[in-house]
Design a protein around this ligand. Structure first.
Ligand code: MCF
Ligand code: FE
Length: 409
């Protein structure tokens, strides 16, 4: 049993409560919150972990959308327009994934841990990230491992199913509290309905989490809503008179009753099509700037009452996997939001909200939650300013605990 205190504890509850000069007692779960003197008296056997005078304690961040197999990208992929990017991915993905060896992936996971991340949602396209994710999950990183399915060619359906099943079943063997197999249906433009149904039937059968990319770019929007634009022109090179597999509304219907993270949704206005009980939106601001040609309307999305949380996406469309960097990006782009309100909302969008989306008993400092939290040092600052000053200044944790165990950094 341990006791730790801080100048400020960001509970990251619905009201964004900040405790000042208080402490918490924990084992694998959080047991009690209160004044340090009282807790030391009440739990005389608990080990007191000393922290700096201006420390901040907050729940470990959750980054529910990474593509670690693309970790070797820095200057290879082309940005500015989605199809230009997609063509560069198709050209370079095998070369990039071959370069993303276990060592590089583990290095990036460690970097995320140092930036305060305790859980990742990894979109696994090829399965070459499995061993690194397993190793990381043994060292305090919780991993939701989304096995990706995609394919558009009618003649290759059975082949694609078999290849997906092999990766998926392999990942199932390692299921644990820290490694949770899940499914990614890549997108509406890339996944044939037969493959989407096949994967979603499995998700229903095993009660698995699902992730999908949705209405990310101008090109995808024109394609799904009007069967026009760059996708049409490109596909005409391979098929006469190509048509999208789904309308946006029909695509969403596939995920009825399935706990699904819809990533991007930059071009979704009809939030009512999503089901608040099952569906959430992962907002990847930096990635959108590189690929989407439009900014996600955060205000409208939050007003819809849906669960909106943050993700970094992969180094395939970002320069950093730090959720703190992603928060700073969000502070800059959502200019109409009040700065202080936005800061506390962004902290909830990296803790409380993704935990709900992923059915995790984490993401909040509260009695009964798993003790997944980090400790940062921050300069002297006023309580009201603390969330903003934290986002502006925080880079690396002092300590991070997952299920009450301190991680080696
Ligand atoms: O989220 C970004 C942009 N949108 C879609 N896909 C990806 C992203 N980063 C990597 N990807 C992967 C995706 O998982 O790129 C491939 C898929 O394997 C594109 S489809 C050939
Ligand atoms: Fe992605």
């Amino acid at each position: 049993m341990y006791i730790i205190s801080a100048r400020y504890i960001f509970l990251c509850d619905e009201n964004f409560t900040i405790l000042e000069n208080q402490a918490l007692v924990f084992e694998s779960q959080i047991l009690k919150l209160g004044k340090l003197e009282d807790l030391l008296k009440k739990y005389p056997k608990a080990q007191w972990i000393k922290t700096d005078q201006n420390s901040i304690i907050l729940p470990a961040f959750i980054n529910p959308h990474t593509h670690l197999e693309f970790s070797a990208n820095s200057t290879t992929l082309h940005f500015g327009e989605f199809l230009i990017w997609l063509k560069s991915v198709i050209k370079s993905r095998s070369f990039l994934s071959a370069k993303a060896k276990e060592e590089l992936i583990l290095k990036n996971i460690k970097k995320m841990q140092r930036s305060g991340v305790g859980t990742i949602g990894e979109i696994s396209s090829f399965g070459s990230d499995l061993t690194s994710c397993l190793k990381a999950s043994e060292n305090g990183m919780r991993v939701i491992f989304f096995n990706e399915i995609l394919g558009t060619n009618e003649e290759q359906i059975e082949e694609k199913k078999a290849e997906f099943l092999q990766r998926f079943e392999n990942s199932l063997k390692y299921k644990s509290e820290f490694f949770i197999p899940a499914i990614s249906v890549h997108s509406a433009y890339s996944t044939h309905p037969k493959l989407a149904h096949f994967a979603l039937d499995i998700a229903r059968k095993y009660d698995l989490l699902v992730s999908t990319h949705f209405l990310e770019s101008r090109a995808e929007n024109n394609w799904l809503r009007k069967a026009q634009g760059g996708f049409k022109k490109w596909l005409e090179n391979f098929i006469p008179d190509p048509k999208p597999f789904y309308t946006p509304k029909d695509y969403i219907k596939l995920f009825k009753g399935v706990k699904t993270l819809f990533t991007h949704c930059v071009y979704l206005k009809e939030y009512e099509w999503l089901d608040k009980n099952y569906h959430s939106i992962t907002h990847c601001a930096f990635s959108n700037r590189l690929l989407s040609q439009k900014t996600f309307n955060l205000k409208k999305a939050l007003q819809s009452g849906l669960n909106i949380h943050l993700g970094t996406d992969g180094l395939s469309s970002n320069i950093s996997l730090s959720i703190l960097d992603e928060m700073r990006t969000n502070l800059l782009i959502h200019q109409r939001e009040d700065l202080l309100n936005l800061a506390s909302k962004l902290l909830q969008m990296a803790t409380l909200y993704p935990a709900k989306a992923l059915n995790l008993n984490t993401g909040e400092i509260r009695v009964g939650k798993n003790a997944d939290f980090s400790v940062f040092n921050l300069g002297e600052c006023e309580k009201k300013q603390a969330p903003l000053q934290f986002i502006l200044n925080a880079k690396e944790v002092q300590k991070i605990f997952i299920k009450g165990r301190e991680c080696n950094l």
